[in-house]
Ligand binder design. Structure first.
Ligand SMILES: [Mn+2]
Length: 483
């Protein structure tokens, strides 16, 4: 029998753990720490995990957030009198900017990230406190998120009488929010974190219907909006969903109100699932799509049943809604346990977010995209907020009237001087060689901007007026990648 260390107290990967211990030592040596994190679901949970761990280790800290860690932002950080800066969910891709400041003695960086590390300028030494799964042969897009890297650090920061495994709950929210789950389930080092969360009694893993809104949506809305697997006559069909449910011979209303998925007994759920499967088969939905209806789900057992926070995917959606509207303070407060004002605010932000997304998608579908040789694009200018234009682009690829066999570039105005670009591809294109992270970095730098991200989804900021040159450059690079 070989020793399996993946689920031991050493955390998900022993080499990562060793690096985390070195990072933790640096943090313990600091009088106080500036915690800087990315503004998205993964970045917010990263910050919450790190903040909780610093608090418990009695290390004073202050938290700041940024949408993008560019030269200006790093310079602002360097100008503070913090000697130690902990970067979470970003920092690796900006090491070329951070390391020179560190070399000059402005601050000592500790980085817990999962994005592609940048090459350093000649003669600038590699910072020593760099915790990133990519340095240890793990996939940063599917095996460990920023929150996961922060969690590994948090375990290393545990006081001798403490146990930070409860923070696995937030790390799982971060991984799911970072789109690291396939068929609902996490893998790699992420699975190790799930196991620790289960052992700590904060996470529950189950096989269930993979439909958004298990905790919060009344059954007809729950099925109507289940758009990942389209079932004719139910999906996007309010009357159809009600008719389907009414025909099941179950008592699905309580005091005249529709019950929610979470309210059903196991046997009631089975009746609904088998009815759905029958309907899907009868309507000719392909078997592979039908399989995608059911998969792994994660429940946070300390959260109240029937709330967004109980279900990991609903929790991460709620956080994203706060992030997209620059309310990182609200998202962080929810992560740190505020169930009053912050939660109310987050819910309002989510309602507005949904309305903005559907209006945005409608607009793209009406306008259509401009198709180049290897990419398609649209410029929303100020019609779609730059913070949600990427999500709209992802929803648009392959939707009604928009091609799904080439990547999409989406532009939106950021300021008078800057334009935000978001790129979205498909996993099929990535298998053929598409790497949008490289496309966005190279094409943006060619026009005086900067960018990066993941192979299937990436972003950049470019100077106003450079759109045409950027599209030409991106089109050429994508052509090279896919040839
Ligand atoms: Mn992330």
């Amino acid at each position: 029998m070989s020793a399996d260390t993946t689920t031991s107290g050493d955390g998900p990967v022993p080499e990562l753990r060793e690096r985390a211990v070195a990072c933790a030592e640096r943090l313990r040596d600091a009088d106080r720490v500036l915690l800087a994190s990315h503004i998205d679901a993964d970045g917010l949970t990263s910050a919450a995990v790190a903040a909780s761990a610093l608090e418990r280790a009695e290390i004073p800290f202050e938290t700041v957030f940024a949408k993008q860690l560019d030269e200006r932002e790093v310079a602002r950080i360097a100008a503070t009198d913090y000697e130690t800066v902990l970067f979470t969910d970003f920092g690796s891709g900006q090491l070329d900017v951070i390391a020179p400041h560190a070399a000059e003695g402005a601050f000592t960086p500790v980085v817990a990230d999962h994005h592609q590390p940048a090459d350093l300028p000649d003669g600038v030494p590699e910072p020593g406190h760099h915790l990133n799964p990519l340095l240890f042969g793990l996939d940063g897009a599917s095996e460990l998120s920023g929150a996961g890297a922060s969690y590994v650090l948090a375990r290393a920061l545990e006081p001798s009488d403490g146990d930070n495994r409860d923070l696995a709950a937030l790390a799982v929210v971060g991984a799911v929010g970072d789109m690291q789950a396939t068929d609902g389930g996490l893998s790699g080092a992420n699975q190790g974190i799930v196991d620790e969360g289960v052992a700590a009694g904060v996470v529950e893993e189950a096989t269930d219907l993979l439909v958004y809104g298990r905790q919060t949506r009344p059954l007809p809305k729950f099925l109507e909006y289940a758009s990942d697997v389209r079932i004719p006559g139910i999906t996007n069909d309010a009357n159809g969903a009600v008719e389907f449910l009414s025909g099941l011979d179950l008592d699905l209303r309580e005091d005249g109100e529709w019950r929610r998925w979470v309210d059903l007994t196991m046997s009631e759920r089975q009746t609904v699932v088998s009815g759905l499967l029958k309907r899907a088969i009868a309507s000719g939905v392909p078997a592979s799509r039908i399989d995608a209806l059911v998969g792994t789900t994660y429940t946070l057992t300390d959260e109240a049943p029937g709330t967004e926070l109980r279900d990991v995917s609903e929790f991460s959606t709620l956080l994203n809604a706060t992030a997209r509207y620059e309310r990182a303070d609200v998202g962080l407060a929810v992560c740190l346990g505020d169930r009053g004002d912050a939660l109310d605010r987050a819910r309002t932000l989510l309602r507005n977010h949904r309305r903005n997304l559907s209006e945005g998608l409608q607009w793209v579908q009406n306008e259509g995209t401009t198709v180049e040789e290897h990419v398609q694009w649209f410029d929303a200018e100020t019609r779609i907020r730059e913070t949600i234009v990427g999500i709209v682009a992802g929803m648009a690829v392959g939707s009604s009237g928009i091609r799904g066999d080439i990547p999409i570039l989406a532009f939106a105005e950021k300021s008078d001087e800057e334009v935000k670009v978001s790129a979205r591809g498909t996993h099929a294109l990535v298998r053929e060689g598409l790497d949008l992270s490289a496309v966005m970095r190279e094409a943006s730098r060619a026009v005086g901007g900067d960018g990066g991200g993941h192979n299937v989804a990436a972003g950049a900021t470019i100077p106003t007026g450079s759109r045409e040159a950027f599209v030409a450059e991106a089109d050429r690079i994508v052509g090279e990648q896919l040839s």
